[in-house]
Design a protein around this ligand. Structure first.
Ligand code: ADP
Ligand code: MG
Length: 257
């Protein structure tokens, strides 16, 4: 019997587990106390099983946190991708990329296609596989990246910023080509691509084929220097199909878009 005003061992255990944020163990404890009392588990088995559920929950929490801090616009996987809607996507090639072997050779991926065909979705899905494999991934919109590099340059910390980006095991540069890049931007992008070249993998999504990059970068020389390094060891995926965003529009409305 517990004296009045004194907490029971059970209550102390619950309070300790709660302070240690071991919520899974805290919730499972009543069941395990009964199982141990009934001889269904010995003490070590009970501890092993309760801590296993805590470990699983913790790993999932860390994974969700890493996915959040990688900068993905949304968290979608290959399981969410409707392959039959977009038959021009080479499924075997994408599934090979999802094994992350391309990262061992610091190879790049270029996803080309018009808006809504699934470029970002596929890049995110590969990125999430990389996060799950414990690699550091940085997803960034191209225009924001250029602005960020310009800002770093004006503050005299470009080297540091390039190092930061070079550090990511996988970098995803989304939406290259949607906005024109000026001369300084092209120069900074060249430096970024150069620091990663043959060291770390980069995935680029774009609505503009390599042939149109001179227009994007406003300069032939910069564009081909960048394209050269991106394409040297690269898987090119060209998606030619209709926008998934417009899939529910009737055919006659689609023509207007
Ligand atoms: P973009 O090619 O412009 O980058 P997204 O990849 O962002 O297009 O796709 C637009 C939206 O449609 C996203 O919500 C994406 O998840 C979805 N989507 C695109 N293609 C498919 C597909 N084949 N199956 C399922 N969802 C898709
Ligand atoms: Mg996109």
């Amino acid at each position: 019997m517990t004296a009045l005003g004194e907490s029971s061992p059970y209550m102390r255990a619950q309070a300790n587990l709660s302070e240690l944020k071991l919520d899974q163990i805290c919730a499972a404890m009543p069941d395990y106390i009964r199982m141990v009392a009934d001889g269904e588990r010995d003490f070590a088995q009970a501890i092993a099983e309760m801590t296993a559920s805590e470990v699983t929950a913790r790993r999932e929490r860390i994974m969700r946190q890493r996915i959040r801090s990688s900068g993905f616009p949304y968290a979608k996987t290959l399981a969410d991708f409707d392959w039959s809607f977009q038959p021009s996507v080479p499924r075997a090639k994408v599934e090979e990329l999802a094994t992350l072997r391309f990262m061992d050779g610091a190879e790049n991926v270029l996803l080309v296609g018009s808006p809504g065909v699934g470029k970002t979705h596929l890049a995110v899905a590969i990125g999430i596989e990389a996060v799950k494999a414990g690699r550091e991934v940085r997803f960034t919109d191209c225009a924001r990246l250029v602005d960020d590099l310009k800002d770093a340059s004006s503050r005299g910390i470009l080297e540091k910023r390039l190092k930061y980006y070079a550090h990511s095991k996988l970098m995803i540069i989304d939406e290259l080509g949607y906005l024109a890049i000026d001369e300084q931007g092209a120069n900074l992008m060249f430096q970024l691509i150069s620091t990663r070249y043959e060291k770390r993998s980069t995935i680029i999504t774009t609505n503009v084929g390599i042939g149109g990059w001179a227009n994007v970068f406003g300069d032939d020389v910069a564009a081909s220097a960048i394209a050269d390094r991106v394409c040297h060891h690269c898987t090119l995926i060209k998606i030619t199909g209709r926008s998934y965003r417009l899939k529910d529009l009737p055919a006659e409305r689609r023509k207007e878009d």
